[in-house]
Design a protein around this ligand. Structure first.
Ligand code: FES
Length: 340
């Protein structure tokens, strides 16, 4: 049987274009950048940065998928032709042009999925499945623990009349009764007396200064620099069995606070005055509920101007020890998940 010969140059070219290599594309790089932005955003700002990352990843994933499936969807592609040697023709095959020698190729119907396209799709699909199976659990185990168990605890410290006006106490209290002593924390508390309510200046509300003892350098517990106890302060210490557990209040006259780890020093308002800490000590927000002092979450402070109820506090969302909250350093400092 005589092999069938391609009749024109055009048919010959179309035969060579049946099999091809996919053109190079930059979409996977954009997709990878989107994934990186998502992961970084989960640590810095899940709502804003992760959303931007998700948009980038989705856009590039769609473009990539469109490229990869263009031929399956019947779109014409700009491809590099794949060259093959042809030596002889057989039944159902197309012979090489007269000026070439080699094997004839089976003529594939235009609607059929060629082997190279099938392998390309299978490789992409399998790669995506394996990548997802490996990446998702690893990313989940890396990122999620930092964001779970972040619920807010309210800590009852007892009636506010237990705190004499203008006197400092070192308070130790339990944050989470279900965890017991391991959740015991320390803060320095002073009753500043009543002050005008910022939201309704005609109303007077109690003011307290409540400073966390977590050092703003690396988190060591800072100590009050000053005598402790009634013998030196003239103010009785006391214990209170509060709604969230036993709490203890030792009277103190602090000239400031010092960190035993690396010598960081703070003034009585918590401002950093020496050593490696990068900002003032964190503070506790609070509320007065039925005459009782209730601690809320902590927030970070760059510095404090003034003292007591008149102090101007430069407050920020809570960040980890060692992190700057203002100035250009905040941009360059390592990122941390939220702490409570
Ligand atoms: S941890 Fe306090 S100075 Fe380093």
């Amino acid at each position: 049987m005589e092999p069938e010969q391609p009749s024109t140059d055009t048919e010959h070219e179309s035969l060579h274009e049946e099999t091809h290599l996919p053109p190079p594309t930059l979409w996977p790089i954009g997709f990878a950048i989107g994934i990186v932005v998502i992961l970084v955003g989960l640590i810095i700002n899940p709502l804003l940065i992760s959303t931007i990352g998700a948009v980038i990843a989705i856009v590039f994933a769609v473009l990539w998928a469109r490229d990869a499936t263009a031929e399956l969807r019947g779109e014409s592609l700009v491809v590099e032709p794949e060259r093959r040697e042809m030596t002889e023709a057989g039944e159902g095959m197309t012979a090489p042009p007269a000026d070439q020698q080699g094997v004839a190729l089976v003529q594939v119907p235009e609607t059929a999925v060629t082997r190279s396209v099938f392998l390309e799709g299978a490789t992409l699909g399998l790669g995506a499945a394996i990548g997802g199976l490996i990446t998702l659990p690893v990313a989940g185990f890396m990122v999620l623990p930092s964001f779970v168990g972040q619920e807010q605890h309210k800590v009852d410290l007892g009636p506010i009349e237990r705190f004499p006006l203008g006197k400092w106490f070192i308070a130790t209290f339990i944050v989470d009764p279900t965890q017991g002593e391991v959740s015991r924390r320390t803060a320095f508390i002073r009753n500043n007396g009543n002050t005008a309510n910022p939201e309704n200046p005609s109303e007077q509300v109690p003011s307290f200064t409540i400073i966390s003892n977590r050092c703003a350098h690396l988190g060591c517990p800072v100590q009050a620099n000053g005598p402790i106890g009634q013998k030196y302060t003239g103010v009785p210490s006391f214990k209170e069995h509060t709604l969230t557990g036993p709490a203890e209040f030792k009277s103190v006259t602090p000239a400031g606070y010092g960190c035993p780890c690396h010598g960081g020093q703070y003034d009585p308002e918590g401002n950093r005055i020496a050593g490696p800490p990068v900002r003032a000590l964190d503070r506790y927000a609070f509320e007065i509920n039925h005459g009782r002092l209730i601690l809320l979450s902590t927030y970070s402070v760059s510095h404090v101007e003034g003292t007591g109820a008149q102090a101007k506090i430069y407050k920020y969302k809570e960040v980890g020890p060692g992190e700057h909250v203002d100035g250009p350093e905040q941009v360059f400092y390592p990122i941390n998940p939220p702490h409570h």
